[in-house]
Every structure is written in structure tokens, then in C-alpha cells.
Design a protein around this ligand. Structure first.
Ligand SMILES: [Zn+2]
Length: 423
């Protein structure tokens, strides 16, 4: 327990700034007052209840606002995840998840181990309220009391954290999944403690596919393995949820094989883009345009970025390596995305490999003939496109895994759009 941490908790519980609390604490510590006692003094100074005073009036979860300094709630633990965070230079193990009662749910962070588990019904006394992203959250710290409730708290939400991949969202904690490992790679990164090895790849169940990172590699994570993984947390990765495993996650091989979705969810482009990003999605639309930078291109051998006039933006003058790719604008009448098609699919669409493309470019003395041939092939056609969608300030990009002529009619409005741009 250090000054910073105590100041943070007090500030949260008392509704004053951390700087103010910390200054008060440090003034007292100057006189060799023990930290605990200093905390009580600061609490009294700011009108908070001292540790021995009665806890605040009980509230329903839906009545908790960011205006409350601290609250008492009777609630069910829906989920509990364990994580180590680096806090002011020290590793600290925290527990976080969601509490619920009959009126709603609220996220919590427990700064010490109170010994409760998902499914427990608790009376949580004197929990600090802090604001996160405009919503109240509970901080369970040294002045919080936790005891078992006399009766089970009935809730509408599922208890325990078992989740389908499709239902996971960034910010979820303490979730359990049953998945098949579709793809896994090991790589070395520069972590906060120097070089460390992590695993990353793709997990799938019957509902979806999601990327994952295992920050503390578990030996059972192997390609093709069907696993139950407990205590994962979800972060956003390139606009889509990603599953994260830590040293606290447990991995258990399953007897059977987890059934895997063989198709991606089909969405309109507007729905997909509104989502902010999707790891695996399918759209059907018309190719309106094949953009500049398609066809025969050169990539930096160092970083793989496209080289223009022999210059990489990061590595300066480089000897570029030839590649084929397509950047196609796909529109379904609701919105458009830039579909980015890699080497293999581009070769199929072009009907030749990189050597063929170079030969054609040499003959015409113009690289653009390759892009032109691709334009001829694609523009105006309707395609089913599956891939990973990311959305940023420059627009929506769909990194294509599957690209094929649509067997169904393109939506009428998309045709109307096409008539406008290609009269
Ligand atoms: Zn480069």
C-alpha cells in the first residue's frame, strides 16, 4: 500500500482530486504519522466517514450515479477476472468484473482479494464510486467491507462469465470461452520487462472467430486444439474485440471438438462500419472502383509498406520487392468500404502471377496495364467479400480473406449508385 494508491482510493471515495488528497497525506507523513492513520485524518477532513463510521445507505445499482462518493449495495457477482497491473512502478493484482442486482449491473475493481467468487451474493459496504467513460464504477478498497448476503440476489443476467465469442465486447473481464484454436503464432515482443514471448492467433466457436493474445503462453494452446479457457479479458484490437489470456487464465483441453462457424455474419456495409470494426464479417456489394496503388506494386523489404518512387516512408531509399494487390471500393448502397485484396487472391482475379504481371508491364512499358486489366475484370460486378473490417479516421478497410462473384442479386440501391458513376 503506497501513498499514491491510498491517495487514489481516498480521492475516489471522497470525490476530491488525487493531488489534493496526496498533498494532505504527504504533509502528515512528514510528521511520521502512519499511512493508515493519515488516511483516516484526510478522510475526516474531507467529510468522509472514518473507517469505523456506519456505511453509507444501501442503494440499488440503477440508483448509483457518479455523484455518489461511496455506496453500499447488495449484489450478485456476475463475473470476476484477475489481472496484474503496473501501478506506480509496482505490480499489483486486481480483481475486476461485473456486479448485478434486480435493477441493473455495474463494473467493479477490487484492489485487494476479498475472497468472493462469481455467483456469490454480497453486501458491499462503503465502495467508492468513480467515473469511467461517463458511467459509475465501484472501487473496492481498504475502507470497503464485503460480507455474504443472507439471501441469493436474483438477477436477469447470466452468472459466471461463460460466453459465446459473438457476445464478447471490449472491457469484458473474467469471461470463460470454449473454443477451437484456428491459428497460433509465437513471437517475441519488447514488453515492459524486456523481451518476452507471447502467442497470438485466432479462436473460433459456433458463433464467431476472434483474434487472441496469450501474454503468458499456455502449453495447451496449439493449432486445432479444442479448449475451455477461463478468466480471459477482452480488449479492442484494430476495431474488433480480442481475447486476452494472462497468467491467471486457465486452459483445459476438452474431450470433444468445438464446432466452428463456417461462415461469417452477413451484414450491410453500413451496419458493419457502424460497429466500428469486425474481425470476421461478410458483405455483398458492387465494385465501384479499383483505386490507385492496385496491381503491380513494390513493397519495402524491411516493413512491407508500399514503396513509392523507390522511397519507403520509414526506411527511405530501398530496393522494393514486387507484389500484387488490389484496393477496391465495394458499395452495397448503404455504405462503402475499401476491400484490400492480397497477393494470392489478386493473382486469381488477375489470372496470372507476379512474373506474368511484370512481363505484361514490361511489354506495355507501363505498370498500370496490370491495374487496368483488374479494373476490366472487377468494376461493375457484384461480389461476396469476407474479411476483417477496421475503421479509422481515413475510412473503412476490409482485409479480404474470401472474394467471389455474388450468386445473389446486388441490392437495388447499389445498382442505382453504380448507374450514376458508370452511365
Ligand atoms: Zn520500410
Amino acid at each position: 500500500m503506497d501513498v499514491d494508491h491510498t491517495a487514489e482510493e481516498l480521492a475516489s471515495a471522497l470525490g476530491v482530486t488525487k493531488q489534493e488528497v496526496k498533498a494532505d497525506l504527504e504533509a502528515l507523513l512528514e510528521f511520521d504519522v502512519p499511512l493508515d492513520e493519515a488516511a483516516q485524518s484526510v478522510r475526516r477532513k474531507h467529510g468522509g466517514a472514518s473507517g469505523s463510521s456506519p456505511a453509507p445507505e444501501p442503494l440499488s445499482i440503477s440508483d448509483i450515479t457518479t455523484e455518489h462518493g461511496s455506496v453500499t449495495v447488495t449484489a450478485r457477482v456476475l463475473t470476476q477476472g484477475t489481472r496484474t497491473i503496473r501501478y506506480q512502478g509496482d505490480d499489483q493484482t486486481i480483481r475486476e468484473g461485473t456486479l448485478a442486482d434486480g435493477t441493473g449491473t455495474i463494473s467493479y475493481t477490487a484492489w485487494q482479494d476479498f475472497g468472493f467468487e462469481a455467483g456469490d451474493s454480497l453486501v458491499v459496504g462503503n465502495a467508492g464510486v468513480r467515473e469511467w467513460d461517463g458511467h459509475p464504477e465501484l472501487n473496492l478498497g481498504q475502507s470497503t467491507t464485503v460480507s455474504m448476503a443472507d439471501e441469493t440476489v436474483e438477477v436477469d443476467q447470466p452468472v459466471g462469465g461463460d460466453s459465446d465469442l459473438i457476445d464478447l465486447a471490449p472491457g469484458d473481464r473474467g469471461r470463460n470461452v470454449e473454443v477451437n484454436v484456428q491459428d497460433v503464432d509465437s513471437r517475441t515482443i519488447d514488453g515492459r520487462d524486456g523481451e518476452t514471448t507471447i502467442l497470438s492467433g485466432v479462436l473460433a466457436d459456433e458463433t464467431a472467430r476472434l483474434p487472441f493474445t496469450d501474454w503468458d503462453p499456455h502449453p495447451d494452446i496449439k493449432g486445432g486444439a479444442s479448449l475451455r479457457i477461463e478468466d480471459v479479458y477482452i480488449r479492442e484490437f484494430r476495431g474488433s474485440p480480442s481475447v486476452n489470456l494472462s497468467e491467471f487464465s486457465t486452459v483445459t483441453p476438452l474431450d470433444g471438438t468445438v464446432t466452428v462457424a463456417d461462415s461469417a455474419p452477413r451484414l450491410s456495409i453500413a451496419e458493419a462500419v457502424d460497429n466500428g470494426g469486425l474481425f470476421d464479417v461478410e458483405v455483398v456489394g458492387n465494385v465501384l472502383e479499383v483505386r490507385d496503388g492496385s496491381g503491380l506494386i513494390e513493397r519495402c523489404p524491411e516493413c512491407g509498406r508500399v514503396v513509392q518512387n523507390g522511397q519507403c516512408r520509414t526506411h527511405g531509399a530501398v530496393e522494393g520487392e514486387d507484389d500484387l494487390r488490389i484496393k477496391a471500393i465495394v458499395d452495397d448502397g448503404t455504405d462503402s468500404v475499401t476491400a484490400i485484396i492480397g497477393t494470392d487472391l489478386t493473382e486469381e482475379i488477375y489470372g496470372g502471377d507476379i512474373a506474368d504481371a511484370k512481363a505484361a508491364a514490361r511489354e506495355a512499358m507501363d505498370k498500370e496495364v496490370v491495374a487496368d486489366a483488374i479494373r476490366e475484370e472487377l468494376v461493375g460486378g457484384a461480389y461476396r467479400v469476407r474479411g476483417s473490417l477496421s475503421v479509422d479516421e481515413y475510412g473503412a478497410n476490409l482485409n479480404v480473406d474470401e472474394f467471389e462473384a455474388a450468386t445473389e442479386e446486388p441490392v437495388d440501391r447499389a445498382r442505382a449508385v453504380l448507374a450514376e458513376v458508370r452511365p
